[in-house]
Write a protein that binds this ligand. Structure first.
Ligand SMILES: [Mn+2]
Length: 340
């Protein structure tokens, strides 16, 4: 149960900072995903409604993926380049990061650190060392937008839940629960979805454009990766890889990698799906999905300190060539699964 009264002291401190503020920065790590962009745009509406004198700026380190550009308010999302060319002041009274820590916010960290008050709002139980002024972290929440909804209904905000606001919250719910499939789909998530749906927004459009749609070239790239997938461990492991060469061939952007592994892990009999991705020469990212008893977050941590995630979905970053990483990770995984 998400109980925003638990954060009474933090919310009070946050509101006092907003009351004294004229410029507020919102951000989240890297390129936005459905939960982080939903939470940022919902928070923008919350602040604009309750504190109309504040100028709210959203700056993310990477450009907003095309799939989110239909969202209400998307035109106000900046990159550091577009922000600097607008020649606005880079001084903010309050800086807020949602859905992940400032350690992954790239160039936005520079603006964030200069703010008088820094706020961290998240649903991941992470222990980032950054000395935020205010922390509102609720690991019970399915998504940051679920937490954001409950914050929006506190005395200080009482944000109007219209169809624009509802679709932003809803996008985070469907993104982080995988369309209400993952174990974080609580009865409270379904009850909140019912409240949101009653505002009458086009949830088919939000689900299709915000989650499922892809470019034609990314479809071609996905088909190549799926075509090259292989089975190991008597069909319990499925794996494939994505090199920089393939990415360049299809002129792919980061967002085009989304969803590929989800096709792989739904194959009958599979326990673990593995996708190797060459970030640059000598650096490989590995993604895992588990349908069986293997805790892939634990497994990812045995590979490197830069590994972790959730029991059923995790990843690791390895300082090795993709050709070297793949056989090593697969044999370690087979050992962990008791196959070798
Ligand atoms: Mn999230």
């Amino acid at each position: 149960m998400i109980n925003s009264t638990k954060f009474k002291v933090e919310i009070q401190q946050w509101i006092e900072a907003l009351q004294a503020a004229t410029r507020v920065l919102l951000t989240s790590p890297g390129a936005a995903d459905g939960d982080s962009i939903g939470a940022q745009l919902a928070l923008r509406q919350m602040i604009l409604q309750s504190f109309p004198k504040i100028s709210v700026l959203i700056i993310n380190d990477e450009p907003l993926p095309l799939r989110y550009q239909f969202l209400p308010g998307a035109q106000f999302v900046h990159t550091p380049e577009s922000f600097l060319s607008a020649k606005e002041s880079s001084v903010f009274d309050v800086a807020i990061i949602v859905d992940g820590g400032i350690d992954r916010a790239g160039r936005v960290r520079y603006f964030f650190e200069k703010a008088k008050t820094t706020v961290f709002i998240d649903h991941h139980a992470v222990s980032v060392e950054f000395p935020y002024t205010i922390r509102i972290v609720e690991p019970m929440a399915s998504s940051t937008t679920e937490l954001m909804y409950h914050l929006s209904q506190t005395e200080s905000f009482k944000t109007k839940v219209d169809s624009e606001f509802a679709q932003l919250i809803y996008l985070g719910l469907v993104f982080d629960t995988g369309f209400f499939r993952h174990s974080n789909t609580t009865p409270e998530v379904m009850e909140l979805s019912a409240i949101l749906l009653r505002t009458g927004f086009d949830f088919t459009r939000v689900g299709e454009r915000g989650m499922l749609e892809r470019s034609f070239s990314s479809l071609k790239m996905m088909s190549e990766i799926l075509n090259h997938s292989e089975l190991n461990a008597n069909g319990k492991i499925i794996w494939s890889s994505l090199s920089q060469k393939t990415l360049q061939k299809y002129k792919a952007v980061d967002d085009d990698r989304e969803g590929i592994i989800d096709h792989m892990f739904l194959i009958h009999g599979i326990e673990v799906a593995v996708l190797f991705f060459e970030l640059v020469s000598g650096k490989t990212k590995v993604s895992f999905r588990s349908r069986g008893s293997i805790d892939v977050a634990n497994f990812a941590r045995t590979l490197t300190e830069h590994g972790g995630g959730h029991k059923k979905a995790a990843g690791a970053l390895l300082d090795k060539e993709i050709t070297e990483v793949a056989p090593w990770v697969l044999s370690q995984l087979e050992k962990t699964m008791g196959i070798k």
